[in-house]
Design a binder for this molecule. Structure first.
Ligand SMILES: [Fe+2]
Length: 167
């Protein structure tokens, strides 16, 4: 089954479709982060996830703003990629034996989410610029910077604490 409907004919259609895809992803992340906060044991990891939940709520709002700026309907399309990443995150956290191993697994899963988002926002920014929407690109860039910062914090936390404890 193709994910792309036949009415994606040009870069603008692709841009809007990718916005709908990341809009779905961000909303799913908002739904899943509370469980990850619950499952995390490390206070630093819990705090990191909590901060990123608030940030992610802002990402959702920012995307609504971009849809409106671009005169596109605020709409989400299913994104099996993020569904798979989040499903695996839940599975691995459920199977990990012991709080320390679970924390390391949760941080790794969260980084997979961040990398997915970083890839998507990078493409969206390039397409927005190509379409002459520097205003949209600037907003998307703000989110991209926050995703990169979240990813860096997870790397630092994993290397300085979580991985050693899990080992
Ligand atoms: Fe995000």
């Amino acid at each position: 089954m193709s994910l792309f409907s036949k009415d994606i004919k040009n870069l603008n259609d692709l841009f809007v479709h990718q916005l709908q895809d990341i809009f779905y992803a961000e909303k799913e992340i908002v739904k899943n982060l509370p469980t990850m906060i619950d499952k995390a044991t490390s206070p630093a990891l819990k705090l990191g996830f909590s901060n990123h939940l608030r940030e992610t709520e802002r990402h959702v709002e920012r995307l609504k703003q971009i849809f409106e700026m671009h005169d596109a309907k605020v709409k989400a399309v299913d994104c099996p990629a993020i569904d798979g990443i989040l499903e695996e995150a839940n599975d691995v956290a459920g199977e990990a034996d012991g709080a320390e191993v679970r924390d390391a697994a949760l941080a790794a899963a969260a980084q997979a989410v961040e990398h997915y988002e970083i890839a998507r926002y990078g493409t969206l920014i390039a397409w927005a610029k190509m379409l002459g929407r520097d205003d949209c690109a600037a907003l998307l860039q703000q989110t991209l910077e926050e995703e990169k910062a979240a990813d860096r914090k997870l790397s630092e936390l994993s290397m300085s604490q979580l991985n050693q404890r899990a080992a």
